[in-house]
Design a protein. Structure first.
Length: 324
């Protein structure tokens, strides 16, 4: 089955570029940029990837990204992920970036976006992987800060297609960002939103009704609300599920406790993604493998999941034809 998964053409729709920093690259960049990481070695850094919840992960995720500073660093980080994606037969990827975690360190918006997009172009021409970029607001910060970030990003608007909402979910509902997402939509961007990862089903409803999100990132807690499941199934709203992430962040105790198979059986448009792969122990193929083993998924199930990933992508039918 692992070979079958490996050769399936896939799209990855839930991936934070900051969360692709492998410890080896972190140490190389720390040395280059003269920054001291709070770990003595790559092994020690990897051993710290032991989380009790989303916040315990985010604390390390934001601290580690301090080593990425120049346009070249953003390029190298992004290209390393895209090479890995290409090796797993990922044909298309929609990548999140968190500009506020960089502008807060006085790194200009252009440094971040230009570095990332240089790598996306290179991957398209040299690896045949197509990509789109999605800017994410940090929801633990204010709506005013999100609005300012949007304004800073508008000069680069041709380099990203959508806007999402990530970071600490509990206590920061989508409704906090209604005004900024109204402006996001007025500017013509696609809208996605992390909701129902740690937060309640109500946050998923808010993301749909108040932000007009077209895709829900995670969304696993929808299963606690039968009316919401019915709605998500009827409207075929894509859910970008990240199984290894959910287990490593203790949303589910073990992979056998994950509800992804129930979600598929309920007729939801489920996709499989890696979120922050080195932190959670696997890229996209390892996520497919983990759920295949836990639930005995058939080849047909796996093909359906891979097909869903293209259905849910922000690509035209013509673009999709070229990829598969
Ligand atoms: N940022 C990076 N990974 C995230 C996740 N799983 N949830 C919320 N914000 C994130
Ligand atoms: Zn995420």
């Amino acid at each position: 089955m692992d070979d079958f998964i490996a050769q399936l053409p896939k799209a990855e729709l839930h991936l934070h570029i900051e969360g692709t920093l492998e410890p080896e690259l972190a140490f190389a960049l720390a040395e280059k940029n003269k920054i001291t990481l709070p770990f003595k070695s790559v092994d020690e850094m990897r051993a710290a990837y032991n989380f009790s919840d989303l916040q315990s992960f985010l604390d390390l995720y934001y601290a580690s990204i301090s080593v990425v500073q120049t346009e070249e660093d953003f390029h190298d980080l992004t290209l390393a992920y895209l090479k890995k994606a290409a090796s797993q037969n990922v044909r298309h990827t929609e990548i999140f970036f968190d500009p506020q975690s960089h502008t807060a360190r006085n790194i200009p918006m252009g440094t971040v976006i230009n570095g990332i997009t240089a790598a996306l172009r290179e991957a398209q021409s040299e690896l045949g992987v197509s990509s789109k970029l999605i800017l994410s607001f940090l929801r633990h910060l204010s709506e005013a800060a999100a609005m300012e970030t949007l304004q800073q990003a508008l000069p680069f608007r041709d380099q990203f297609i959508g806007i999402g909402l990530d970071s600490s979910e509990l206590g920061h509902p989508p409704s906090k960002f209604v005004n900024v997402f109204e402006e996001v939509r007025r500017q013509g961007f696609r809208v996605v939103c992390h909701a129902g990862e740690e937060g309640p089903p109500e946050y998923i409803n808010e993301a749909l009704d108040q932000l007009h999100a077209e895709r829900i990132d995670h969304g696993v807690r929808c299963m606690e609300d039968a009316a919401l499941v019915k709605r998500l199934a009827e409207e075929q709203i894509p859910l970008t599920v990240c199984p290894l992430s959910n287990v490593r962040l203790c949303v589910f105790k073990t992979m056998s406790d994950h509800t992804i198979k129930q979600m598929m059986d309920a007729g939801l448009l489920v996709t499989v993604n890696s979120d922050d792969p080195p932190y959670f122990g696997g890229y996209v193929n390892e996520n497919y493998q983990a759920i295949q083993e836990a639930f005995g998924l058939t080849r047909e199930d796996l093909v359906q999941l891979a097909r869903n990933s293209f259905t849910a992508a922000f690509l035209s039918d013509e673009e999709k034809q070229k990829l598969i």
